[in-house]
Design a protein around this ligand. Structure first.
Ligand SMILES: N=C(N)NCCC[C@H](NC(=O)CCC(=O)O)C(=O)O
Length: 446
């Protein structure tokens, strides 16, 4: 039985906008209150999904969430008709309105942590939706993320979708953005690597001082327990607090792994040598050998990595055994990064191809190629058991492009969030999307 890694990209929702909601995420802060183009954002994301599917990579999509979240607004004391709720929220607290309107669920690397069936005690694929409790605008995603995952991975013989961890600082969980699976190949025994930013119950543990560490060790350990992972095949390491303070708000902004390759910046981890040693030992236990690709500060400075999103790339295994690196355009525009990448593909190492995409709309909110996708390794049997309507095909691509063209605006400025027509347009779009994807009841629109 073969196993393939599916990448489930988030379809960008119709309310994509720049609200500067993510303190510690440099791009989000820099682009605050500029006008966005939701239509272009969705089409850029779809173009990536289509191109990778056409290349033969297993590609799925996760639908956007219903926005604005009226339940959130009403729970914060905004009352009356929907139009009144929007008007009052805009007048009294535009930031709360933007939080209820955020399309941030597009970054599906933060939707959940996923452990393939090969790794888990009960032989099921386990998902834990991330509580994302560090940011208000993301803290309400997990309800619909869980609902969507349960709709797609509905067969309980194969899949287990947990509740998110308790939404309290001790269990700050950002999902797969801080999680990597290392192995010989996707179907083989593997080591799951969890990278945390701080430790709640150890005041002596290092922590960043300027920007928040979103992921805790306690959350990572809880996810590993829920998934029934083996201790010897689970590695926890700390992210370097100094890089969090330079804008590396998730580990996937400074490192990415695939199969036995770990592509990382020398400053990524609090203890680089300790991290490599732990990984080597654990991988030895599953008959695999770590192949690190280390990028030195002299080659690419942390600031260039943050600006270009070099490490927020997707490393994809090709049938010939080599790997392609899926990068955003910004990598080609940054001189140091472009030079590094030329050397990387010429080096004779595992990466022999660069595939670049224009993802500027998402990038301006700090979301690159790897943020936009959730990896789910599935056996053929599991792949057949999931809902098939979200697998990217040429037909689905064209259906979704036409749907985006029908429903999305090509400009959204901060004041547009107060327009009651926008909420009505989005509700109509999502009602149609449920039908197009064959997922009735996907949204709790009541
Ligand atoms: N690295 C990964 N895996 N994901 C990137 C998430 C970007 C997201 N940006 C935002 O939420 C900005 C929204 C705004 O400001 O409007 C975040 O900071 O959580």
């Amino acid at each position: 039985m073969s196993t393939r890694e599916f990448n489930f990209d988030g379809l960008v929702g119709p309310s994509h906008n720049y609200a500067g909601l993510s303190f510690g995420n440099v791009a989000s802060f820099n682009n605050v209150k500029s006008a966005s183009n939701p239509k272009q954002a969705a089409l850029q994301g779809l173009a990536k999904m289509r191109a990778l599917a056409a290349r033969g990579f297993a590609q799925g999509m996760l639908p956007p969430q219903a926005r604005p979240n009226f339940r959130l607004l009403r729970s914060l004391g905004f009352t009356g008709s929907d139009a009144e709720v929007l008007a009052r929220a805009y007048k009294e607290s535009p930031v709360l309105l933007a939080s209820a309107y955020s399309a941030s669920s597009m970054w599906t690397a933060n939707a959940a942590t996923v452990s393939p069936s090969r790794d888990t005690a009960d032989g099921k694929v386990h998902f834990t939706p991330a509580n994302l409790n560090n940011k208000l605008h993301r803290s309400h995603e997990h309800v619909q993320s869980g609902r969507a995952l349960r709709a797609i991975f509905h067969d309980e013989r194969h899949f287990a979708v947990h509740e998110a961890l308790p939404s309290t600082p001790a269990f700050g969980d950002e999902g797969a953005a801080n999680h990597t699976r290392l192995c010989r190949d996707h179907g083989a025994d593997a080591v799951e690597l969890f990278v945390y930013g701080r430790v709640e119950f150890d005041p002596a543990a290092p922590a960043p001082v300027r920007y928040p560490a979103r992921q805790t060790l306690e959350a990572s350990e809880a996810v590993a327990r829920l998934h029934g992972l083996q201790e010897a095949r689970t590695v926890y390491v700390q992210q370097n607090p100094a890089v969090i303070d330079q804008g590396v708000f998730h580990n996937d902004v400074i490192a990415v792994g695939n199969a036995n390759v770990l592509f990382y910046h020398e400053q990524a981890f609090a203890d680089e040598q300790g991290t490599l040693l732990k990984l080597r030992q654990a991988l030895d236990g599953v008959g695999a050998e770590l192949a690190p690709i280390r990028v030195a500060t002299g080659q690419v400075a942390v600031a260039d990595a943050v600006q270009s999103y070099l490490f927020n790339s997707q490393l994809l295994s090709k049938p010939d055994g080599k790997m392609a690196l899926v990068i955003p355009r910004e990598c080609e525009e940054n001189a140091a990064v472009a030079k590094y990448l030329q050397g990387l593909v010429a080096s004779g190492g595992p990466v022999d191809e660069l595939v670049h995409f224009d993802l500027r709309q998402s990038m301006r909110n700090g979301g690159g190629p790897a943020c936009l996708r959730l990896r789910v390794a599935l056996t053929d049997q599991e792949a057949a058991a999931m809902h098939q309507g979200v697998i990217m095909t040429e037909a689905l691509y064209h259906t979704l492009v036409a749907w985006v063209d029908r429903h999305y605006r090509d400009q959204l400025a901060p004041q547009d969030l107060a327009d009651p027509a926008l909420a009505i347009e989005i509700a109509a779009a999502l009602e149609e999307l449920e039908r197009l994807l064959g997922l009735p009841g996907l949204y709790d629109l009541g």
